[in-house]
Unconditional design. Structure first.
Length: 68
């Protein structure tokens, strides 16, 4: 079994600007206040590039991509 990478958000650092959900709507939705809700299944291999782009675009560096 191949370990999937997982997205994690630092809720203290996040300001809820929604950039991550715009770049990766397949895995990230926003709650009613604009903060990310991340799919806990992990990042499928075909979305890893988009996940890295979302992490890089986070203005507060609140989004991380971790190996599970």
């Amino acid at each position: 079994m191949i370990a999937r990478q997982k997205l994690r958000v630092d809720p203290i650092a996040c300001e809820g600007n929604g950039t991550c959900a715009e770049l990766l709507p397949e895995l990230i939705t926003l709650d009613e206040w604009g903060y990310p809700i991340i799919d806990d299944e992990g990042v499928p291999p075909f979305l890893e590039r988009e996940a890295r782009a979302a992490v890089s675009a986070c203005p507060k560096l609140a989004l991380k991509l971790l190996r599970s």
